[in-house]
Write a new protein. Structure first.
Length: 587
């Protein structure tokens, strides 16, 4: 019995050793197989994930009936005017990382909540660069918590809507608006008849626009994301007005624009899928940040489907996202450039529009992801890689276009607005341009310090950042001057409002307590505090407070300019109202 037990133990041990050896051999084979696959993938990494755009001829899936049709709003040709049909209102949002995103969001929500007129509803075009593209693109893909039809230039009689529970008619001061919920087919027919009886005293163009808004109110926006300001968020929360559907889409725009996207980006590096793609394909740092922005801003809320330019809300303004072309100049053999088309070369402005995608790539912009366009506009050199686009112009001559941070070519987004004006010459009685400029004065290196290097500069000298700031400073005023010069033929129609930190008086004492990074000898005034806000994809609470105070001061400082703009939008004569301004540039 003992011998049998001993034999069994020995056999069991031998079997265990053999099993261990087989397992080790299996693991070794898997390891070598992984190394082989890795080498194969690396050899082919130049194409996989290198580009994300599609050819112009690519088939698109049929749209589901309950979604809106494709909004063709990534173009320079304006056919869907918003607000006053005789006034072209354009918003330029500069670069500047989260500083620019937060400033843009604050200015836009301030315009939205003006006591006399929702100026955000009057916007026709948004041209954005880098950080400003976060706010501009987010507004373009979202919808409001409630669908509001403003009627500021019409007489509004609320009586026809009596008894209709899903429609609210509001008149408060100069503001007149109709709030419409989702209606059944029968309710829609009744409401449309009531709408026609309620509106009077406005032009045929205005009536047609209001009727168009009514029909758009019943369509579903693809993103399922809302544009809601912190002010409105707090008001609704205090009144208990948030319903379950709204809570699923919660987050006010100021919160979204001030999130620490840099830390979220770093965290995304360690996702297993990202690790594998980063080291075995062309998937790079820029792709990871694009995915980060997509997850937070530019996908369908809850389901996470990436938003494309075809998903832009048709009720929103036209969206022009600007980047810089970093490609050698070339012309496809089988394609002659159109007459009057700008020559695309290294350093030129490349826009994510139907015109540039068609002319230079033979590609369909409306199938391209919004997040990747925003990332291309914000791909700051040395931190992020190029965004690569495939040129499908000649199937026998495979080429690619590489673009990066739009601030290098035009950090203000004004060149694209000049293209809009050229495409729509003579169409409008008035043109209003609002430039939101997040530029801060570079401080330079201390004259007291003999060693300008930081600790990090021992590994990578950061003086290239100073050279970039110097370039932006010199190009800034040149860009504004060129825009006004290029459009001198419409100077009698043009009102130009430049919103900039420069308008904050240098003697205003800083409002926030000093932080760990602040030098008390350098930060004494609000302007000094603003100038210390870095160009980064994260922003501190102290910096947000400084920007909020700056916006409050600027709107107070430029009250006359704002009053002029509102009177133009409301078809009121500034001169007749006692407001005279010979120069239409509020600079």
């Amino acid at each position: 019995m003992k011998d049998a037990l001993k034999t069994l133990i020995i056999k069991t041990h031998i079997t265990s050793v053999n099993d261990n050896r087989k397992q080790q051999n299996k693991q070794r084979n898997i390891f070598f197989l992984f190394i082989f696959c890795l080498s194969v993938n690396i050899s082919g990494c130049s194409t996989q994930y290198a580009y994300w755009n599609h050819p112009k001829t690519a088939l698109t899936l049929p749209f589901v009936s309950h979604f809106t049709p494709t909004a063709r709003h990534a173009t320079f040709k304006i056919t869907d005017d918003r607000g006053n049909q005789d006034v072209l209102v354009m918003l330029a949002l500069s670069g500047g990382g989260s500083r620019a995103a937060y400033l843009a969001a604050l200015v836009m929500t301030t315009l939205q909540h003006d006591p006399d007129l929702d100026i955000l509803k009057e916007l026709d075009v948004i041209s954005s660069v880098s950080g400003g593209s976060l706010a501009g693109a987010y507004y373009a893909v979202t919808e409001d918590p409630e669908f509001i039809i403003p009627v500021p230039r019409c007489k509004l009689d609320c009586e026809p809507f009596n008894g209709q529970e899903k429609i609210a008619c509001n008149k408060k001061g100069k503001k007149r608006e109709i709030v419409i919920g989702k209606l059944t087919a029968e309710e829609k027919a009744v409401a449309f008849k009531a709408l026609r009886r309620a509106i009077s005293g406005c032009s045929a163009k205005e009536c047609a626009y209001i009727e168009k808004l009514f029909h758009l109110s019943q369509t579903k926006v693809s993103s399922n994301r809302i544009w809601i300001s912190r002010q409105e968020w707090q008001e609704r929360t205090a009144k208990g007005l948030f319903n379950l559907n709204l809570q699923f889409r919660r987050a006010h725009v100021e919160d979204l624009m001030s999130r620490n996207y840099l830390n979220r980006w770093f965290a995304s590096w360690f996702w297993p899928g990202n690790i594998a793609r980063y080291w075995t394909t062309a998937y790079d740092r820029t792709d990871i940040m694009a995915q980060t922005l997509e997850d937070n801003l530019f996908d369908t809320k809850n389901l996470g489907v990436p938003l494309k330019f075809g998903d832009l809300n048709p009720e929103r303004p036209y969206l022009i996202i600007n980047s810089t072309d970093g490609t050698e100049c070339y012309t496809p053999f089988n394609k002659e450039p159109k007459e009057g088309t700008q020559k695309m070369q290294f350093g030129s402005v490349f826009t994510f529009t139907d015109e540039d995608f068609t002319e230079y790539l033979n590609s369909d912009i409306y199938q391209f992801h919004v997040a990747r366009a925003v990332m291309a506009s914000a791909a700051f050199p040395a931190v992020f890689s190029y965004v690569t686009l495939r040129d499908f112009s000649d199937e026998n001559d495979e080429r690619y276009r590489h673009v990066f941070d739009g601030g290098n070519a035009d950090n203000l987004g004004l060149r694209s607005l000049s293209r809009v004006l050229k495409e729509n010459r003579g169409k409008y009685k008035h043109v209003i341009v609002i430039l939101v400029d997040a530029f801060v004065e570079p401080t330079g290196k201390s004259s007291k310090n003999p060693e300008p290097r930081s600790t990090f500069s021992h590994y990578l000298d950061m003086n290239f950042m100073d050279s970039f700031d110097a370039l932006l400073k010199s190009n800034r005023q040149i860009g504004i001057s060129e825009f006004l010069k290029d459009n001198i033929d419409i100077q009698d129609k043009l009102t130009f409002w430049h919103i900039t930190f420069d308008k904050v008086d240098e003697n205003i004492v800083d409002i926030t307590p000093l932080t760990y990074d602040d030098n008390p000898l350098q930060v004494k005034t609000l302007r000094q505090g603003l100038n210390r806000i870095e160009t980064n994809l994260r922003i501190s609470d102290e910096s947000k407070a400084r920007i909020e105070e700056a916006v409050r001061i600027i709107f107070k400082e430029d009250a006359k300019c704002l009053e002029r703009i509102k009177k133009i939008m409301l078809n009121e004569s500034p001169a007749a109202a006692g407001f005279v301004q010979e120069v239409h540039v509020c600079n």
